[in-house]
Ligand binder design. Structure first.
Ligand SMILES: NC(=O)c1ccc[n+]([C@@H]2O[C@H](COP(=O)([O-])OP(=O)(O)OC[C@H]3O[C@@H](n4cnc5c(N)ncnc54)[C@H](OP(=O)(O)O)[C@@H]3O)[C@@H](O)[C@H]2O)c1
Length: 373
């Protein structure tokens, strides 16, 4: 295992972090606890010391399971990251209440890396108005939290605003070779590094979509260079010297063992110009596959029939881009409520004049409704 540090922290942090959002599960959807515990112990034994969880993961069962793991090992040797569920916070008292409960669930007196979960424009405004920074400083001063950060899922201008607002120790952003200009992206990474913040990379494999199945044209590009897609995706992140931890959600022991192997060998600033050019080529190939040029500006909303136009386009685009209809069909069913699905379009065409990309929205929605039917 290789270790890295953050500018504001003295911890030696494993470059592979354990993402506790994708534990192995049983057919009923609950965590397969013996299998998950076995994986955590194996990871710890092989040098992983950073474990990332959050209030809602696995229907709120992730923090308590990590707590059980902590009770079975030397707590001082583990770095625990968890997050304030910002969407549940209505007052400063709530901040105290959730932190207290999280400490209990995790069976610990302190949290090493505490994040405001999934900040975006609206939640940031709310948290700021409720005085979250004062709360965080108090919690840090009392020893309940060691380092302060936030995780993020909005656009770069919003990221910049939040990053510049306070002296954060670190941030957690979506980072992978495909999404260099999505959400905080590579500009967010550079800004965080310039500000002396640690960077935790999440979704390094885009939830697994960068691994399998691979569209033929992408597979061909990697094969030509004699590369493995998994190793390529992980090494792009570890190549970034300002990235402290690559967080991986691993769903079985085989994935953990594989990722541990790469964590031993992938080094910072080790990719050649030729290799970086191939990543750019693969990225361009993926982007070329996007069928609908929706920029998710949301100008088309609100739709009079409540169709979730940009979200639907996003799922459809991914289905085509990753050549993975089956998986995205599941996401379409699970994450787009029936009343907002594509088949609710009445062809009223109110959206047409509002779309700056001039997308034939009703025609596309009809096509998508049939595709996912
Ligand atoms: N703060 C936030 O808002 C936020 C949001 C997202 C994630 N996170 C954190 O970041 C962590 C990492 O994100 P992520 O879970 O999305 O990471 P990811 O690595 O992009 O996706 C994890 C998935 O990749 C696949 N995978 C992992 N290792 C593999 C291997 N060796 N071979 C083949 N497939 C492999 C598995 O998919 P299959 O199960 O399909 O095999 C696994 O479930 C999360 O677990 C969570 O702790 C935080």
């Amino acid at each position: 295992m290789q270790y890295r540090t953050m500018p504001n922290s003295t911890d030696r942090i494993s470059s592979l972090g354990f993402g506790c959002m994708r534990f192995p599960t049983l057919p009923d959807g609950k965590i397969d606890e013996p299998a998950a515990l076995e994986m955590m112990h194996y990871a710890f034994k092989h040098g992983v010391n950073y474990f990332d969880t959050a209030w809602p993961y696995h229907d709120r069962a992730s923090e308590p399971l990590l707590g059980r793991f902590l009770s079975e090992v030397n707590r001082k040797k583990v770095l625990v990251a968890t997050k304030m569920p910002c969407w549940l916070i209505k007052s400063k008292e709530d901040m105290h209440k959730y932190l207290k409960e999280q400490l209990q669930r995790l069976q610990t007196d302190y949290i090493d890396y505490y994040l405001l979960h999934a900040l975006g424009k609206a939640s940031w405004k709310n948290m700021k108005e409720l005085g979250v920074w004062e709360f965080l400083l108090e919690a840090k001063a009392s020893g309940k939290i060691r380092y302060l950060g936030f995780s993020f899922h909005d656009d770069y201008p919003t990221f910049k605003k939040i990053a510049n607002a306070y002296d954060w120790d670190f941030c957690q952003i979506m980072l992978n070779y495909l999404d260099t200009h999505y959400q905080a992206g590579i500009n967010g990474y550079k800004l965080a590094v310039a500000k002396g913040m640690g960077v935790i990379a999440m979704e390094p494999l885009r939830g697994g979509k960068l691994i399998s199945p691979l569209p033929q044209s992408i597979d061909k590009l990697w094969k030509k260079g004699n590369y493995q897609p998994l190793e390529r995706a992980l090494s792009w992140i570890w190549n970034l010297s300002g990235c402290t931890v690559l967080l991986s959600g691993m769903s079985n022991m085989e994935q953990l063992k594989e990722n541990l192997t790469f964590a031993d060998i992938c080094k910072a600033e080790s990719l050649s110009d030729k290799e970086l050019k191939l990543y750019a080529k693969v990225r361009r190939e993926y982007l070329k596959r996007i069928p609908i040029r929706c920029s998710e500006c949301r100008y088309c909303l609100p739709c009079p029939s409540k169709v979730g136009i940009p979200y639907i386009f996003g799922v459809y685009n991914e289905a085509i881009m990753f050549d993975n209809k089956l998986r995205l069909q599941e996401e379409y069913k699970a994450f787009i409520p029936d009343e907002n699905k594509a088949d609710k379009c009445t062809n009223c065409s109110a959206c047409l004049a509002k779309c700056p990309q001039h997308i034939e929205i009703p025609t596309e929605l009809k096509k998508i409704a049939e595709f996912f039917a």
